[in-house]
Design a protein around this ligand. Structure first.
Ligand code: DHB
Ligand code: MG
Length: 225
């Protein structure tokens, strides 16, 4: 079957229609965020549901720490999907250096009734992972979801890997595109080159089983063995 541009558009519309149901809090969140001047770059509802299912699986496995980390809170849309998947006593640490985004997300977490399960860390992804390794130590996290600075993905992986427990997950958004697409010529985009390096680094790591699915702009799912 040839994947024509129209077929790709239709496929994404179908995925949103059939698998992208969401409640009113999530439905109105990004339109409100855009009015507040926050960029329209959140994950789609079908990607949110994928994250939710994966977090449920990882945080209920034997030996789970029930701790999930997100780099790149933005307006809180994906954070709500992640937090709603947490079991009793579960915790989401979400990392956002932009005060305006963190303030908006904090309000959305309260509206969604998940504020008690979420801590926003107002710092960069690299600083947050460095702090967490001191604070919590190795194998202390069930899931790390990367969605912050794409050129820093290889460094996030280096810092996050020891923090992920056995059977835990490394997830990443935009592994096929954002302001680039993965079939761009090498050297044409710094972001694209860094994401390609990250994809190949994780795929080649014998401590992980890794795949990427072409949902929206590509989501990596890597399971720590
Ligand atoms: C951008 C960032 C994202 O996380 C995303 O999913 C899409 C676009 C961006 O910075 O342009
Ligand atoms: Mg993204």
């Amino acid at each position: 079957m040839d994947m024509t541009p129209q077929r790709w558009i239709n496929t994404n519309a179908y995925l949103r229609e059939v698998f992208g149901a969401q409640d009113d809090v999530l439905e109105s969140l990004m339109p409100e965020a855009i009015k507040a001047g926050i960029p329209a770059i959140a994950v789609s509802a079908d990607v949110g549901r994928l994250l939710n299912i994966l977090v449920r699986m990882a945080t209920t496995r034997p030996g789970a720490t029930r701790r999930v980390v997100e780099l790149g809170t933005l307006a809180g849309y994906s954070g709500i999907w992640l937090a709603r998947a947490l079991p009793h006593n579960g915790k989401l640490l979400t990392v956002e250096p932009e005060a305006r985004h963190a303030d908006f997300a904090q309000r959305m977490f309260a509206d969604a009734g998940v504020a008690d399960r979420i801590e926003i860390r107002r710092t960069t992804g690299i600083k947050a992972l460095t702090q967490l390794s001191r604070e919590l130590g190795p194998e202390s996290l069930d899931v790390v979801f990367l969605d912050a600075i794409k050129t820093e993905y290889p460094e996030y992986f280096r810092l996050a890997k020891p923090l992920i427990g056995r059977g835990g997950l490394l997830l990443a958004d935009n592994v096929l595109g954002s302001n680039f697409w993965i079939d761009d010529a090498p050297g044409s985009s710094e972001t694209g080159d860094a994401v390609d390096r990250f994809n190949r680094l994780v795929a080649a790591d014998p401590d992980f089983d890794t795949v990427a699915v072409p949902a929206r702009e590509g989501v990596m799912i890597a399971r720590r063995k």
